[in-house]
Design a protein around this ligand. Sequence first.
Ligand SMILES: [Mg+2]
Length: 457
Amino acid sequence: MTARILIVDDVPANTRLLEAKLSAEYYQVNSARDGFEALEMARRWQPDLILLDVMMPGMDGYECCRKLKEDPTTLHIPVVMVTALGEPGERLRGLEAGADDFLTKPVEYDTLMARVRSLVRLKRLLDEWRARGDTARALGLSAERVTIPSVSGARALIVDDWDLGAQSIQDALTRDGIVSGRARDGAEALALTAAMPFDLIVISLSLVEQDPLLLISQLRASDTTHETPLLLVAEPEERERTLRGFELGASDWLTLPIDDNELRARARNQIRRKFYQDRLRNDLGTALELALTDPLTGLYNQRYLRRHLSGLMDGGQGRELAVLMIDVDHFKSVNDRFGHAAGDKALRLIADTLRGETRVFDSLARYGGEEFVVVMPGAGFDDASAAGERLRSAVEKAVFDVDAATRAPLTVSIGVACTSGAVVTPEALLHAADLALYEAKRGGRNRVEYAPALQPT
Ligand SMILES: [Mg+2]
């Protein structure tokens, strides 16, 4: 997996060294000499990762990092602070400025590569969501800007069989308002994560009962925890296993003895990242729902149906496919006699009835006011006519109670059109079904009519 990496350092020799190492791993590398240049390049070049020196004249690394994290065009880019100082206080300042990680000079090659791979992987995921979010915004469906949320109220799970260690992690997290639960082994962790959502999972690499690396891979494989941040806690001599955990998908790590402030800063960064990701996904989910479904019946809308149909018919292969155009008989009189609320109720009942009578791979949409369409991939004339009759009969038998005292009859007319393997356009097929529907109406309603064989277009 290649990626763009921006190295920011005021000493050219440092830059060249890192550049050579990263280029050897096929990363695309660019460099900046100070904070100002870094901000400009980050906006313009949109790297996947920034390695940021702390001690620089003019604007130091902390300030540069804060500015990157405040700018909506760069806030999603992971930042690794690189410093000659190994002091916990310096690490903390960097993490509080929003840095995603911290490395000390001289940079240890394996550690750097593990961090780079993990952060680039996360960045890719965020990019995908951002791109879809952009599409949604382009459609005018979601305009809100992403802000950095508070972590207070977030939920963490601590997986540790050492009581004292688990307790001190929980105490530290509580100071940021993070609510945490505890699991003593992998089985308990899996049971808890299946039962409720967590925003962060802290895993001790010293678990006795079960291999924590196995737990990491199980959590990554599960749908519910696939993207949950995993923070490892390891003894300093467990470096190999920590790196292995990282390869399996862990998000970050801490070395024992734990510095409470560093733990809190790393936990906050991971949780904020998850919130950002959740937010993008929610925007997208709502946008898609609004864009593609009919709020009254929950069925797909016409926009979705047309796109789906042209997707199915794309390529001009002459695929076998049937379309059923369904219209509620005398719907206007339902509205006129009982009011629009009763009309809506009738439409929902019909939608549910149709849904119960279609195959799993058929698509059902509300096409317009009282009009529905079923698309049946692979269906020939026999399948389509059987389905048409089944749907008509099911609606006729459905019981429509307007209220406790009033029951009203409901029927539908259906027009069926099949491609019969001919190469036709979606429009031609829908038009043919529409004409057949018109014939069904003219023929007395509550009946199914069939379009004549379509001429290839
Ligand atoms: Mg420097």
